[in-house]
Design a binder for this molecule. Structure first.
Ligand code: ZN
Length: 183
């Protein structure tokens, strides 16, 4: 980042003025960088590792080794996402559509104690959805359409302008595609 004081008024992600100069990014780029970012990089890690069935522990390792992951994530956080996206699995299996995350229980070998091991992989729908997330990111938009409390995320005129600037910067290759994904 440029150390020039005048430069610091501007957000390095969208190039427009920051509301608070002491923050590294503007409000919009901060929301965009965090909203849905954790699941996004987890799904990318699953797909980029061949989308095979993996246990939670294996997925924690894979996501932490992924180039888009900047800060290590713990088992709990990974499990929460997997659980949220696979809780409808039995229901959608009956309906034979709408799988998001597929789940497989592996029985322990005879003599081994403990519950069966559960493994997860992305369903075709979620693979398609992941491509949409990646397109949204390229267009300078947040990955999620909704906020954490379920409200629709509103794009103001100001936010739209910032999204446009980001997508232009990305097309020009001014910085790495996922440089401002805050994971
Ligand atoms: Zn910005």
């Amino acid at each position: 980042m440029d150390s020039d004081v005048a430069q610091q008024q501007n957000c390095p992600s969208c190039g427009q003025e920051k509301e608070r100069p002491e923050k590294p990014l503007c409000e919009y780029c901060y929301i965009r960088g965090t909203l849905g970012a954790a699941k996004f990089v987890l799904f990318q890690a699953m797909r980029d590792n061949g989308n095979q069935y993996y246990t939670v522990e294996e997925l924690v390792e894979l996501v932490n080794a992924h180039p888009n992951k900047k800060h290590p994530v713990k088992r709990d956080a990974v499990y929460k996402i997997l659980h949220r996206y696979s809780s409808q699995y039995e229901y959608s299996k009956k309906r034979k559509k709408g799988y998001l995350i597929l789940k497989k229980s592996i029985k322990r070998k005879k003599g081994q104690r403990g519950r069966p091991k559960v493994k997860y992989k992305l369903g075709a729908n979620l693979l398609k959805r992941l491509e949409k997330y990646e397109d949204r990111w390229k267009y300078g938009l947040p990955i999620n359409i909704r906020t954490k409390n379920g409200d629709k995320f509103r794009m103001s005129l100001n936010y739209n302008n910032r999204a446009n600037s980001i997508s232009i910067k990305l097309r020009k290759g001014e910085y790495e595609l996922y440089e401002y994904l805050l994971t």
